[in-house]
Design a binder for this molecule. Structure first.
Ligand code: FES
Length: 154
């Protein structure tokens, strides 16, 4: 079997070499993506979106203005507040390649790596790609002291 731009030589493996070449190409392509993000995406966590294992106190609920959203960078969470007594929390890890989202403008959070945008009120849905999966929702509540508590056991 010959490939365009290659000459067949005696003893040269055909399909096996091509599979290896394809795999090597895929690895190099992945490395290229990683290298691009390592140099251009200081917010890359190489993480998957996930909810905290334990409840996390984020701070006073009033730090999230009504009609806006806030990034909690250390906890890697976003909290939006569409109404006075309604809080929604999301993983702030982009569903594309795992970068941390930027602080939201209004209720829209943007990824600094490839500019995906997410609606933090309407199901965390992507408004612009390349991400096509919505943000991961995280349970959140306001405790008796008015503090936002996020996580599975909150
Ligand atoms: S990591 Fe690519 S858009 Fe967020």
């Amino acid at each position: 079997m010959t490939f365009p731009g290659r000459s067949a030589s005696p003893g040269a493996p055909g399909p096996r070499r091509s599979r290896r070449t394809v795999l090597r190409g895929a690895a190099l392509a992945s490395a290229g993506v990683a290298a691009t993000c390592l140099t251009g995406c200081e917010h890359r966590y190489e993480a998957k979106p996930e909810a905290p294992d334990e409840p996390v106190e984020l701070g006073p609920a009033d730090e999230v203005p009504v009609g806006e959203a806030r990034l909690y960078e250390r906890a890697r969470l976003l909290v939006s507040r569409p109404e006075e007594d309604t809080f929604l929390a999301w993983s702030a890890v982009c569903t594309h390649l795992g970068c941390l989202l930027s602080p939201p403008e209004g209720t829209v959070a943007e990824c600094p790596c490839h500019n995906s945008r997410f609606d933090t009120v309407d199901g965390g849905r992507p408004l612009a790609g390349p991400a096509y999966e919505p943000l991961l929702p995280v349970p959140v509540r306001v405790n008796d002291e008015g503090v936002l508590v996020a996580g599975e056991s909150s």
